[in-house]
Design a protein around this ligand. Structure first.
Ligand SMILES: Cc1cc2nc3c(=O)[nH]c(=O)nc-3n(C[C@H](O)[C@H](O)[C@H](O)COP(=O)(O)OP(=O)(O)OC[C@H]3O[C@@H](n4cnc5c(N)ncnc54)[C@H](O)[C@@H]3O)c2cc1C
Length: 247
């Protein structure tokens, strides 16, 4: 049986362009010590170039506003983009925004919450807002989400969140946080947690600091790629900020 590992010539041309673009335009930014705003000033024009070439937001299907490239072409792209921390941002498919967009899309499809598209999904795809994914907690083993302690309780039409998180990547530069919290401690843990969209400017959201990591022990607060410690104290969000069904 023959296995064909060839890439379509048209896409191969795009990959060749990406290699050069990453090498010549994106990688040199790494050498600069940039604030968040300075980084954006470099990144924005490059993002426009990527959009014009039809390579923007390759991770989502076309009906959800992405390029619908599928996993193989996405993998080939990331072999190139992953060489520099700014690569995925310039191409509009960086974590955690890409995973959060997928979560939001899944929630929308499961429950028909069409407002999700206009409110958060499209702005994420357009790169006009940024997100964090807030699951890991300092007091429990992050390897095991069954141990999550952060709680969300229903109060009328709202959810009230209380908890302590860390390693929320991009939390200190985000506009929205996707927070994972226990909504029902009495069922099997696989069914007891839910995810919520929490705008960072909600009262009770306290971005405590950016936690140092092995690759960046002395980080500067509020930059791309940092990992935030966050306290959620009586944070209220409307019922519609629950992504998909409860549990
Ligand atoms: C750079 C970076 C970015 C991150 N970004 C995010 C993010 O955006 N959002 C987010 O929510 N989290 C994020 N995380 C957190 C990440 O998901 C956790 O670090 C990971 O899940 C491991 O959890 P932990 O650090 O609590 O380690 P622990 O779970 O405490 O594990 C410590 C050690 O104990 C072992 N261990 C744990 N439980 C068991 C067990 N039951 N049996 C045997 N061995 C065990 C583990 O294998 C490991 O060796 C990030 C982490 C890093 C380093």
């Amino acid at each position: 049986m023959a296995w064909d590992f060839e890439t379509e010539p048209e896409f191969e041309k795009q990959l060749a362009w990406m290699r050069e673009f990453v090498q010549e335009e994106i990688t040199p930014i790494e050498t600069l010590d940039l604030s968040h705003d300075q980084a954006l000033a470099f990144i924005k024009p490059m993002q426009r170039e990527v959009q014009e070439r039809g390579l923007w937001a390759a991770h989502l299907p076309t009906d959800l506003g992405g390029m619908g490239f599928g996993q193989v072409r996405l993998g080939l792209m990331h072999e190139i983009l992953g060489k520099t921390p700014y690569g995925p941002v310039v191409f509009g498919n960086n974590a955690p925004d890409s995973g959060n967009a997928e979560l939001l899309a899944a929630g929308m499809e499961m429950t028909g919450q069409e407002y999700i598209r206009e409110r958060w999904l499209q702005p994420l795809l357009d790169g006009t807002i940024r997100s964090g994914f807030s699951m890991t907690e300092p007091e429990t083993a992050g390897s095991d989400p069954r141990l999550l302690k952060t709680r969300a309780t229903k109060d009328g039409d709202e959810w009230v969140l209380n908890g302590h998180k860390w390693y929320t990547t991009n939390g200190s530069v985000a506009d929205i946080l996707v927070v994972m919290a226990v909504t029902n401690p009495d069922v099997h843990p696989y069914q007891g947690s839910s995810m919520f969209v929490v705008p960072v400017d909600s009262p009770g959201v306290d971005i405590v600091r950016d936690v140092g990591s092995m690759d960046d022990p002395d980080n500067h607060y509020g930059r791309f790629g940092n990992h935030a410690e966050i306290r959620y104290v009586d944070v209220r969000v409307p019922g519609e900020n629950l992504i998909g069904p409860e549990g």
